[in-house]
Design a protein around this ligand. Structure first.
Ligand SMILES: Cc1cc2nc3c(=O)[nH]c(=O)nc-3n(C[C@H](O)[C@H](O)[C@H](O)COP(=O)(O)OP(=O)(O)OC[C@H]3O[C@@H](n4cnc5c(N)ncnc54)[C@H](O)[C@@H]3O)c2cc1C
Length: 399
């Protein structure tokens, strides 16, 4: 009988977090790690595609502010060194919202963590960011750590560096089931069986299929985003001139954000929609909600000083949310060599290189001693507080 090939490490899902785990798995000594991806790296049906994302320290929860500080200090530079290209483009960040709303929690958390975020009065904010109106606000937070992440370039860099380091990426392979009770762990795919010493599952919107026990904690919410051409010279809207920003209101899903023009025509605008819903990730991408696009246009007209000339593009993208907007980064309770990473809720790209490190350390070393992870470990656990029943109805909203 032929000997069974047992892989040292298998990662399921080739979005940002799976690729970042592969990168760190190699760095930590996994030999010939294998990543299985149902489609191909960079496809547009999950959460990681598109040209740009926001990185910022401005969070309402001090634990995330500190996790971001560590990610900025250690992991983005490590990845940029390995990739030999810039992936973060420094860009002023400005975050604002109506008085006595959630923006106050952001102001408190950044002050508690002592990060480089300044509180600006409205006159100063309007002088520094003349593109924005800051309607109904008393103050704005100027985040001097903020950046635009060249997200599509990040995926390509992780793929390139990992392959060069000896990792194998197998596209067009769908994992159907994982048996944590089998030793080595048995992975059933649509192209046959694979055995592995360690497995990390980063399946994005399909996570509940592979981890039914997580299903009560996760829901999938399709997002719509738009790119608008604004009146004026395009130079004004490029990274370094135009800020990354968010307007954080008090109502349901009242969180809109935007980014400069980058690797795609037009300024990007989107709304962060995290009410519990159950969108089907099998619905093809590009199925736009026309009402959502109209809502984004109305926001752009209301908040931008330059007139909106027209739509330069639109896209859809999936969030995989927990009701508290915390991540799940945790070993399976019955087998610590099987680790799950659902780091989305629409805000994990900025942490991606750190999430990869945490997941790789959990899988390969059995723990991650990073203090910033340890501080958030309860929130990141398999079931996690509050209970799933509470989660469904009492969003805490770390974003
Ligand atoms: C519109 C939008 C805007 C965002 N903006 C920001 C931002 O500004 N800042 C920020 O920090 N974050 C942002 N995010 C969040 C960030 O993009 C996500 O947190 C991150 O991309 C999640 O990556 P992932 O690898 O966990 O999941 P995914 O990208 O969803 O990857 C999962 C992968 O697993 C594969 N897969 C699934 N099931 C299987 C299977 N059975 N077998 C094999 N492969 C499988 C899928 O094909 C997919 O490629 C945004 C997200 C969206 C959607």
């Amino acid at each position: 009988m032929a000997a069974v090939d047992v892989r040292s490490m298998v990662i399921v899902g080739g979005g940002l977090n799976g690729l970042a785990t592969l990168f760190h798995g190699l760095r930590l000594g996994a030999t010939r790690p294998l990543l299985l991806e149902r489609f191909q790296v960079g496809h547009d049906r999950a959460s990681s595609h598109g040209p740009s994302r926001i990185a910022r320290s401005t969070y309402p929860h001090v634990g995330y502010v500190r996790l971001m500080r560590a990610t900025f200090a250690e992991e983005w530079p490590r990845l940029e060194r390995a990739a030999e290209e810039p992936l973060l483009f420094r860009s002023s960040g400005v975050f604002f919202g109506p008085p006595n709303g959630p923006i106050d929690a952001y102001a408190k958390a950044v002050a508690d963590a002592g990060v480089e975020v300044d509180r600006l009065d409205l006159r100063t904010a309007r002088a520094m960011f003349p593109m924005l109106r800051f309607g109904e606000c008393d103050f704005a937070l100027h985040d001097r750590t903020a950046a635009l992440i060249a997200s599509a370039r990040v995926l390509r860099a992780l793929e390139r560096v990992s392959r060069a380091g000896g990792a194998e990426i197998q596209s067009g392979t769908r994992v159907l089931a994982i048996d944590p009770t089998h030793d080595p762990i048995r992975i059933e795919t649509d192209r046959g069986e694979i055995f592995a010493e360690r497995v990390v599952v980063t399946a994005g919107p399909w996570m509940s299929e592979l981890a039914p026990a997580l299903a009560p904690r996760l829901f999938v919410a399709r997002q719509n985003l738009a790119y608008f051409e604004l009146e004026g010279s395009r130079e004004e809207f490029r990274v370094g001139r135009f800020p990354v920003f968010a307007r954080i209101g008090a109502g349901e899903n009242d969180f809109y954000y935007g980014l400069p023009e980058f690797d795609h025509p037009g300024v990007k605008v989107a709304r962060h929609v995290t009410t519990a819903r159950d969108d089907d990730p099998e619905t093809p991408s590009g199925t736009f909600d026309e009402d959502a696009l109209e809502d984004l246009r109305a926001f752009a007209i209301r908040e931008f000083v330059p007139a909106v000339r027209g739509l330069a593009g639109a896209d859809t993208c999936m969030y995989t949310c927990t009701a508290t907007e915390d991540f799940v980064l945790a070993p399976h309770p019955a087998n610590p060599r099987l680790v799950f990473g659902s780091a989305c809720s629409g805000h994990a790209f900025k942490f991606g290189p750190m999430i990869g490190r945490i997941l790789a350390e959990l899988a390969l070393w059995g723990d991650c001693r990073l203090p910033e992870y340890q501080a958030l470990r309860t929130e990141f656990s398999w079931v996690g507080p509050p209970s799933p029943a509470d989660c469904a109805f009492q969003p805490r909203g770390v974003v």
